[in-house]
Design a protein around this ligand. Structure first.
Ligand code: F6R
Length: 364
């Protein structure tokens, strides 16, 4: 049941500290502060390329993972949405592997992408929330997310637990490739172990995000901007908002604004900027200034350090706890979920069962 929550979606958002913790328990040794993965069907040390395929929110988890695999493990990654990948006839390298991400394990395009990758000799690794699913049966190895059943059509806790598993996998890939030392693995593992507590702190911002969402609910269009791993989080914010509130939203890489979309900016378009204080903060900050200079109303999602630097400039600032920038996308997923949720409630839409959507997409 929904317990004390008005909707399954809200309940599932609030379950995230606990289910991220359950997932970490499976893949992180908290005493040694090391990652513990089951034996993989391929060796990351010699892997020529990892091909990541998925749909929707699971695809956006894959996009965050692409940044992680490339940056910390130096693994070449190709990423595509399954409905394109399955028909592209992409050449895949001998000895390569495909990483398939799905909450349900039943998404037909994702399954077809898996079958194509296998036909090209790839080993199949999947990250799934339903371990007795069709995709599970056709995989060489399943890495489960321990989110528990997800009832709300909009994916929330499945997404953040996917990110959790993928972060662990990227660290173990970095170790296999010899590009991370024991000390850094310990720091990253520690940062992951602290995510449940930090996520609980993020949920304390629920009330202030609800007030921001009233504002968003009035808008016809909303933009979400981010760079690096915050770019897929911006895309996820836009997807969630469209899906459950029916407000038109677009996610953009912040640096792409001046190549077209900045023409949309005026006082009627709220712009949500996702910018933890990481290596790219100053770059995103200058994009934020450009938006403000054109009359845009910025909702700035950052951490306390970022808020101190820039908070006064934005119309509204949400200051989350400071964390290692590696885990920041997991935490920043939560305020964009809450924004979409409260905007949908304010508009009176059917949050758990949005129109035209099914929880499990088993037809093309
Ligand atoms: C968005 C959402 C969808 C799913 C997509 C893939 O909130 O839930 O975009 O992420 O349909 O579904 P799975 O993960 O079951 O393959």
């Amino acid at each position: 049941g929904k317990g004390n929550f008005r909707h399954f979606m809200l309940k599932e958002i609030y379950e995230q500290p606990a289910v991220i913790g359950d997932t970490l328990q499976r893949y992180v040794n908290p005493l040694a502060r090391t990652i513990e993965m089951p034996a993989l069907p391929f060796d990351f040390a010699t892997l020529p390329r990892l091909t990541i395929v998925a749909c929707g929110t699971a695809y956006l988890a894959g996009m965050v993972a692409k940044y992680w695999f490339e940056q910390i493990a130096r693994v070449p990654v190709e990423l595509d949405i399954a409905s394109e990948f399955r028909y592209r006839e992409a050449p895949l390298p001998p000895g390569g592997a495909a990483l398939v991400i799905s909450q349900s394990g039943e998404t037909i395009d994702t399954l077809a992408a898996l079958r194509y990758a296998r036909s090209q000799g790839q080993k199949i690794l999947s990250v799934l929330n339903v371990p007795e699913s069709t995709i599970a049966r056709e995989s060489d190895l399943v890495l489960p997310t321990l989110a528990g059943p997800e009832i709300g059509v909009a994916s929330t806790k499945a997404f953040t637990t996917q990110l959790t598993v993928l972060a662990c996998l990227a660290i173990s890939a970095a170790r296999a490739r010899g590009v991370i030392d024991h000390k850094r693995e310990g720091e990253l593992s520690q940062a992951l172990l602290e995510v449940p507590a930090r996520a609980a702190e993020v949920l304390n911002h629920d009330e202030s995000i609800r007030r921001i969402a009233y504002d968003i609910a009035e808008a016809r269009d909303v933009l979400f901007l981010g760079r690096g791993t915050s770019y897929p989080i911006a895309l996820e914010g836009a997807l969630k908002l469209k899906e459950i509130s029916y407000i038109h939203a677009e996610g953009y890489a912040a640096g792409e604004m001046k190549h077209g979309p900045i023409a949309l900016i005026d006082e009627n378009v709220p712009v949500v900027v996702v910018a933890p204080s990481d290596e790219l903060f100053e770059k995103t900050a200058s994009n934020l200034q450009e938006v403000i200079a054109r009359g845009g109303r910025v909702i700035f999602l950052s951490d306390r350090k970022g808020a101190k630097k820039l908070g006064g400039k934005a119309a509204i600032t949400v200051a989350l706890p400071e964390v290692d920038s590696f885990v920041a996308p997991i935490l920043h997923a939560i305020p964009v979920q809450l924004l979409a949720y409260h905007a949908a409630v304010a508009k009176g839409t059917d949050v758990d069962q949005p129109r035209n959507l099914a929880k499990s997409v088993t037809v093309e």
